[in-house]
Design a protein around this ligand. Structure first.
Ligand code: HMH
Length: 221
């Protein structure tokens, strides 16, 4: 018999906020084909900078898993995440050049700087593995849920944006997110009340930062 996980209860409790992050107007505009390409390009350029900051964050989660995890399988899942980010950075470079974006000239916007600051604070050795892996899971899950929506039944996503949506919306990425969720759930199940509270606050923080991140591109709508 499998007990319902902490994350499932959070997703029910905070359903509207989660939907706000995964069904943002920018995502809905990709799905219905009304997206302004300037908005897409602005998102792409900002996300490249975000992913560069995401690499050391994921590496820091790997270190926490090595030091603190009660299960050896965690490291392989996280290491797989680190490895796939190399390909992701190359993809951003290729995709940007397709759209005529010069990545060396991209200036991080306020919401991006703030989000990267959150990632940096999570790299501190004082942040527990349980809190960090929870943040890691929700960061990935928001993109998975968002972009899967753009390639789902009835979507009118423009052809030239489909590859982007596939990147985070594909089945393998969904499985990887599920692996992260399983790790986070296992840790949360055995966490102290204090740690649980910290992780839930972090979950909510990430959702808020994700909404702010999507909002950056709305200036171009
Ligand atoms: C802002 N959140 C943001 N960018 C991403 N690339 C992801 C999540 C998923 O890796």
């Amino acid at each position: 018999e499998k007990k319902i996980g902490v994350i499932e209860t959070w997703l029910r409790k905070h359903r509207l906020l989660f939907q706000g992050a995964t069904r943002h107007p920018l995502i809905l505009s990709i799905r219905d084909g009304s997206i302004n390409i300037a908005s897409f390009k602005s998102w792409l350029a900002q996300d490249y900078l975000f992913v560069r900051a995401f690499v050391p964050f994921v590496a820091s989660v790997l270190i926490k898993a090595w030091k603190e995890s009660d299960e050896s399988g965690d490291m392989e899942v996280i290491l797989g995440g680190v490895a796939s980010l190399e390909d992701e950075l190359s993809w951003f470079k290729r995709e940007s050049s397709k759209w005529g974006i010069s990545l060396s000239e991209v200036v991080p916007q306020q919401a991006n700087k703030k989000y990267c600051g959150l990632l940096e604070s999570l790299m501190s050795p004082d942040v527990e593995y349980t809190v960090a892996i929870t943040a890691f899971w929700v960061i990935e899950a928001v993109y998975q849920e968002s972009f899967a929506h753009c390639i789902g039944e009835g979507s009118k996503t423009p052809q030239e944006l489909k590859e982007t949506c596939e990147r985070w919306g594909n089945e393998a990425f969904a499985k990887y997110c599920q692996s992260l969720q399983n790790i986070a759930n296992r840790r949360l199940q055995n966490a102290s009340d204090e740690e649980l509270k910290k992780a839930e606050v972090m979950f909510l923080n990430v959702l808020e930062y994700e909404v702010d991140f999507w909002n950056m591109s709305r200036g171009n709508v």
